[in-house]
Design a protein around this ligand. Sequence first.
Ligand code: AHR
Length: 512
Amino acid sequence: MLKNTLLLLLIGIAANCLAQNQIIINADQGAYTINKHIYGHFAEHLGRCIYDGFYVGEGNTKIPNTNGVRNDIVDALKKLKIPNLRWPGGCFADTYHWKDGIGPKDQRPTIVNTWWGGVTEDNSFGTHEFLNMCELLGTEPYLSGNVGSGTVQELSDWVQYVDFKGVSPMSDLRAKNGRTDPWKVRFWGIGNEAWGCGGHMRPEYYADEYRKYATFMNASWGNERIFRIASGASSGDYNWTEVLMKNIPRNLLEGVALHHYSVIDWGNKSSATDFTTQQYFTTMQRAIQMEELVNRHSTIMDKYDPDKRVALVVDEWGGWYDVEPGTNPGFLFQQNTMRDAMIAGVTLNIFNNHADRVRMANLAQTVNVLQAVVLTEGEKMILTPTYHVMEMYNVHQDATLLPLDLKTGDFEIDGQKLPALSASASRDAAGKMHISLVNIATGAPQEVIIDIRGANASKAACRILTSAKIQDHNTFDHPDKIKPVKYEDFVLSGDKLKVKVPPISVLVFEIQ
Ligand code: AHR
């Protein structure tokens, strides 16, 4: 009797140890598709994102390009399979008058980019340049309309210009400027940060403005409908979402946005590369807050839209630090370290796991601005750790989300705790299963047991992105310091996958 009790006790202790890090995946279930559009990107007329980033101009440059757009960037982004690209802002969008950016370039007016560095914008990169670039990238454009300083007529004309096939003054103008067929732009933002740089509006006022703008945006073509996205809340402003959901009729609304940046403190953001473990911890706290934000904004949306017809569109997210020393403070140019890889891995897992409501998102921003996937310096281009996470995770695009239960140990410093592990899993159209696993903890590796139920798994392969220090990053001299490699420190036995997860790492498994 005593022997049996002892045995049970020992089994219990062993189970508890194992349970420290345990994932159960129900591989034969899954009700939602992970919309590929949550892997979207964002390109604003800000600093060196467009000019001296994507666009080097058709003139005097040694940098290989197609109609002025860098070929190396196009190739890199094609490998990411970027599903959509948001443009022209951001705050810039509410200062942008699209008619300034069409027609012969030498006749386009210049404006001052008042939000970003006060530089002169010559409008040489406009609607045609952007939409043709999207065709080159094989990505869907997401246009941000000007509500703050624009007019209903202006936005309605833009829709007609890019989307209308029949005879109209706007289609004639488009044809005169060299494009006969419309581009068929589906995604439209109606203003940006209307609570701030978009006009400092109250949500009640913005909701009324939205209704007016949305009413005049008609662009049905074939069976496709326009997808209108309301300017959403900043992080935890739940009242904003509540007022919008309450006051905007469902037939005028396809998406509600949300912006959330992982910033330590707006008054003291810290260096992008030279930061302490405590600062890293705080950044991760901000990133993981996305889980709570998505849950609480979704709960409000559920109240008004129980059928989940309206998407939550997180169209700005990412890490935000001090600019690199010696660069224009208005250009938001920052390096990108393993900390950013952790933000990306954790955030994308959150989006995947909320596939029922989060159906679109945009990392801020693509090139040379904030948490960029690509950095350029003259002819050189590097891929950041964030790029590699986006590339590793693209296997989840349009795959079926598999429900997962995660028990994790903590990442603990000075008595403060965060969950060390985060994970998501999906099954693609070919029947392959993918598990993405992130360990944000520094220190010792984490042993994890993954219980894959209902899959009959027989083969597993894994890639890892990791580096010795959280501050590690790629540079123009060492562009490949951080890149994904094959990882083999795991055992698949029956339906159990036992894996040793190194500190600060992102792993993606392919299971068959
Ligand atoms: O992404 C940079 C800026 O951050 C955007 O222009 C604005 O929408 C946000 O405040």
